[in-house]
Design a protein around this ligand. Structure first.
Ligand code: CP
Length: 310
């Protein structure tokens, strides 16, 4: 029943069986979330710290709801207003939190590899809630779970990830996850936002978004991550929207219906127009809803309670 890993640092380390196990467990928790009392007592003796060194809306709230719905005790830490500003190190910060008898740490950090570093240096289960441009594993799990829910399967499906691939931890985690589940994956966007040699990860590359949309059954559209771009990689947002943004007219011209996804936050009018984001083809809010069940599943399977219940 338990996963092959002790921490969830990335999708790269998971097996396809781990991912299926997470999906099956999330199916059960999704049923719990539809009941009048959306709560199980499973983790009532567990304390979880959400340690966020970078901004977040969806992931932070989703993890906290997942933890509370498993009956865990929850503490939230944000680096702004903390002793990090006085020079405290990451390990000291987390060890001080752990000294207050915390069992699990959910961490977001702007430095790629920070959750891995923590897992090597502190005695707690670590869940990566997004590290720099490396991975965002629970986002990829909820994305794949939402595709499976909408289309019934993932194996053999043609899925395109569009936009700022270069700076996206969501893109890398999706590439690993969808690949392990047998999907055909394409990345599309301006050449300056697509890493060299990305084909080595088993993905197709397309620079013409219209051709990518014609190829795919699902388009997962990503935000332009201006905060991670230290020099201009395209002329203007207006030009990006013109050549790579998706609007209703583009979709209607395809002659077929594709599924539209976005991990959020959306730059409306840049990568996606509101008439697309709010359309019937869009499963953006289903992704957010499924995030709670997926995170409940991940937390439960890593909690150490599973083997005791077998
Ligand atoms: N998708 C995502 O990670 O959103 P937040 O940055 O709001 O958590």
């Amino acid at each position: 029943m338990s996963l092959s890993v002790k921490h969830l640092l990335g999708i790269k380390e998971l097996t396809s069986q781990d991912i299926e196990q997470i999906f099956q467990t999330a199916d059960n928790f999704k049923q719990v979330l539809q009941r009048p009392i959306k709560k199980v007592p499973t983790l009532r003796d567990t304390t979880i710290a959400n340690v966020f060194f970078e901004n977040s809306t969806r992931t932070r709230i989703s993890f906290e709801l997942a933890e509370r719905r498993l009956s865990a005790d929850v503490v939230n830490f944000a680096s702004s207003g903390s002793s990090v500003s006085k020079g405290e190190t990451l390990i000291d910060t987390v060890n001080n939190i752990l000294a207050m008898k915390v069992d699990m740490v959910v961490m977001r950090h702007s430095a790629s590899g920070a959750p891995w570093f923590l897992s090597q240096n502190v005695d707690a289960r670590i869940i990566n809630a997004g590290d720099g441009i490396n991975e965002h594993p629970t986002q990829a799990l909820l994305d794949a779970y939402s595709i499976r829910e909408r289309l019934g399967s993932i194996k053999g499906r043609r899925i395109c990830i569009i936009g700022d691939i270069m700076h996206s931890r969501v893109a890398l985690s999706n590439i690993y996850c969808l690949g392990k589940l047998g999907a055909e994956v394409m990345v599309a966007g301006p050449p300056t936002l697509i890493p060299k040699h990305i084909e080595d990860l088993g993905v197709k590359v397309e620079y013409d978004v219209k051709k990518a949309l014609q190829w795919c059954e699902v388009a997962n559209v990503l935000r332009i991550q201006l905060e991670r771009q230290h020099k201009p990689l395209f002329s203007t947002l207006r030009e990006y929207a013109l050549y790579y943004g998706i609007n209703k007219q583009t979709l209607d011209s395809l002659g077929k219906e594709i599924v539209i996804m976005h991990p959020g936050p959306i730059n409306r009018g840049v990568e996606l127009n509101s008439d697309v984001a709010n359309s019937k083809q869009s499963i953006i809010l289903d992704q957010v809803e499924n995030g709670v069940a997926i995170r409940m599943a991940v937390i439960y399977l890593l909690s150490g309670k599973v083997d005791l219940e077998d």
